[in-house]
Structures are given as C-alpha cells and as structure tokens.
Design a protein around this ligand. Structure first.
Ligand code: ATP
Ligand code: MG
Length: 359
C-alpha cells in the first residue's frame, strides 16, 4: 500500500469516526498512547531500520543527526516518530508548525534560541511562508541565518551563527515541497498505511495501556476496519471499549467489536455511512458508472468537495472506485462489497458501456 503524494489527503469532516485527522478526544489520549522509542514503534519496518541506522551512526560519532523529513497520510505516526527521534538522541525537542510561522522573523527567533543538538519539529512544513522557507534553506545547510535589521535602503543583514540542530519536518504532501527544501533533508521517511497485522499489534498495545481486555479475534476485527491508520485503530478501540463496558462484561471479542462498530456504522472494511452512500448511489442509480462527480454528489445529497475529498480517496485506495476521464466507475470489488451483482451489460462497471448515463 503506497501513499500517493499527489492524492488529496483523506481529510475529514469533524466528528467522523473513521476520519484520519485528530479530533479533540484523540489529542487528549494520543500523548498517552504514543510509543516512546523506535523499538516500541509498531510496523514501518523499512523506515524504522533506516532511521535506526541514521540515529545510531550520529550517536556513535557524537554528532547531531541529519535533518529528517517524514511524509505520509494523517495518523500514521509522524509526530510520534519526531518525538522518538529526540528521545533516541537524548535531545530536547521544540515543536512548531508551518502555519505558525508567518514571517521569517518568527523562524529566526526559534532558530536562534535552539540548544546544540536540539530537535526542531516543524509540522505541516509544506504550509510555511516563502520568506521563512528561504531562511530555512540556509539554516539547514550552513547553520546560519541572516537577520535583517532596519528597513528600506538602510537595512542590513547581520549573519547569526546557529548551533547544530536536527530539523524534523512532517508533511502529508511531500509533492508540494519545493525541491530545494526537499533536497536539504539527509533522510526522507515515506510512511505507508499499516497492514492489518501491524494494526492488531497497535491495538493490543493500546488496550494494555488503557487497561482494556481484548482477545486476538477482537483486535483483528477492529484492525480490519481501521483503514490502515493507527489513529483510527485507537479511536475505534475506545468506542468498542465503551460498548463492551455498557453492553457486556468488558471483554472485547470479535462479536462485541463487530456489534459495536455496527452501531457506529463502520463496516467490515472500514467504510462509514458516507462512503457506502457514495458507492450505493454509484451502483444502484448509475449501474456502476461512469457518472460525473456532480451528478453523483447530487444523488448522495452531499457537496461535490465532500464526495471528492472525504469519501473518494479511501474508496479509490481500497480499489472500490476508479476516477476515469469519463467519470466515476465502480470496480467489481464494489459490487461484491455491497453484496450486489453487476448487471451483465456493464460487465462489472469498467467496460466503457456507461454512455447511457453520460459522464
Ligand atoms: N507505529 C505506531 N505504533 C503505535 N502507535 C502508533 C504508531 N503510529 C502512530 N501511532 C498512534 O497513532 C496516533 C497518531 O499518530 P501521530 O499523531 O504520530 O500521527 P501523525 O502522522 O503525526 O498525524 P497528523 O498528520 O494528523 O499530524 C498516536 O496516538 C500514536 O500513538
Ligand atoms: Mg502529527
């Protein structure tokens, strides 16, 4: 499963149980559930191995680690990894984000107050302002910034030496980073969606921390509905825990997990009500497509943007829906998932015979 940099982030309308962005409750519990070391960090084997080498080598040399770029969809563990990098280097960490840095001066103030070896975590680095970005180039490469004093023709640039530091940048959209910025990172970690077995381990680990009892089948049931995303797995676990506590004796089994998530309308594959409404309209009203986005949106009673940015990315990723120049098309897997049979004349939706409906 690859994270596609050009895709829209599967970002979310608030309150969506399978939304990948953090909501208020997530933020409150995430600190408690964050792995604190690379060894504790589940999955992402390749990234872990590479990062382990980078950090170990820097430690052996007694040097500050190279700058690291973390790219991947929301909820896959970028913030968590940034904190792990600092912990593994036994270095303090300073946390800020692209949108918080409006002016180059904001960045200069942060950079000039860093201690030697400190980790600067710059979240949403693709949303930094242009002048700040240019200041960052020099800071990353030469550990120096030019502070501009005065205005107009009398303005002078005073060079300021910085202590060596490690910049950890995070982005959901690596494709949006200007190449000069991307090139200044010594190591880029592309985080991918997690396999179900990895999510099961995340769930067992979180259950232990939350003092919840869950059996193997229960964890597997939640993992299968978590859209490859640890944040969603943790969130679903909390909802299933509520259900197990109120309706049963607290133990989470496969039946309990399935029943609980049924209440929340998250189906066996992690689709929620909106996702299913889009698929159902595509199959039942338009025979599997192709159908234009606007028409599909009207049929579902949602805004175009909601269908395109909230529902579709996951449906495409799951191979249930395809975007074609002539419109949206359901795949054979979509028919199977909703338990419907594709009409003969549409050959499962992709045979290009959808002209009847226009695109
Ligand atoms: N590999 C992992 N092992 C265990 N838990 C994880 C892992 N990755 C993420 N998590 C958990 O998932 C939650 C979300 O992770 P995190 O906040 O690091 O995501 P993120 O990539 O920074 O998301 P965003 O793009 O929204 O900032 C955290 O509670 C964290 O504990
Ligand atoms: Mg984050």
């Amino acid at each position: 499963m690859n994270w596609d940099d050009t895709a829209q982030p599967a970002d979310d309308t608030t309150g969506r149980l399978v939304g990948s962005a953090a909501d208020g409750e997530d933020q409150a519990v995430e600190a408690a559930l964050r792995p604190k070391s690379l060894a504790e960090f589940v999955g992402q084997e390749r990234v872990r191995e590479q990062l382990d080498l980078v950090l170990r080598a820097a430690r052996q040399r007694g040097a500050t680690a190279d700058h690291v770029l973390l790219s991947g969809a929301p909820g896959l563990g970028k913030t968590t990894l940034s904190m792990i990098i600092a912990a593994e280097m036994e270095a303090p960490i300073r946390i800020t984000s692209g949108p918080a840095i409006q002016h180059a001066g904001d960045l200069a103030a942060i950079l000039s107050s860093l201690q030697e070896g400190e980790v600067l975590f710059l979240d949403e680095i693709h949303r930094m302002s242009r002048p700040a970005e240019e200041m960052l180039y020099m800071a990353m490469e030469d550990f120096r910034v030019d502070v501009i004093v005065g205005k107009g023709p009398g303005a002078t640039a005073i060079p300021l030496e910085l202590p060596p530091f490690t910049l950890v940048g995070a982005t959901t959209r690596a494709g949006l980073l200007p190449p000069p910025l991307r090139d200044r990172f010594g190591f880029t970690a592309h985080m991918e969606f997690y396999e179900p077995a990895e999510l099961e381990r995340v769930i067992h680990r979180s259950a232990d921390l939350l003092d919840v009892t869950i059996d193997t089948a229960g964890a597997a049931e939640i993992a299968g509905r978590s859209r490859g995303t640890p944040r969603i797995a943790n969130r679903l676990l909390r909802r299933v825990r509520d259900y197990a506590q109120v309706k049963a004796d607290g133990l989470i089994t496969q039946e309990i997990a399935a029943a609980a998530l049924g209440v929340y309308e998250v189906d066996a594959r992690g689709l929620d009500r909106l996702d299913r409404a889009v698929l159902e309209a595509l199959l039942k009203l338009f025979g599997g497509g192709p159908v234009g986005l606007s028409t599909l949106s009207v049929a579902v009673g949602e805004e175009r943007e909601t269908v395109e940015e909230v529902a579709e990315p996951f449906l495409v990723r799951e191979g249930l829906l395809a975007r074609t120049p002539r419109g949206r098309v359901a795949t054979p897997a979509a028919w199977a998932h909703l338990g419907l049979t594709a009409p003969q004349s549409f050959g499962g939706g992709g045979s290009g015979q959808g002209d009847l409906f226009g695109a």
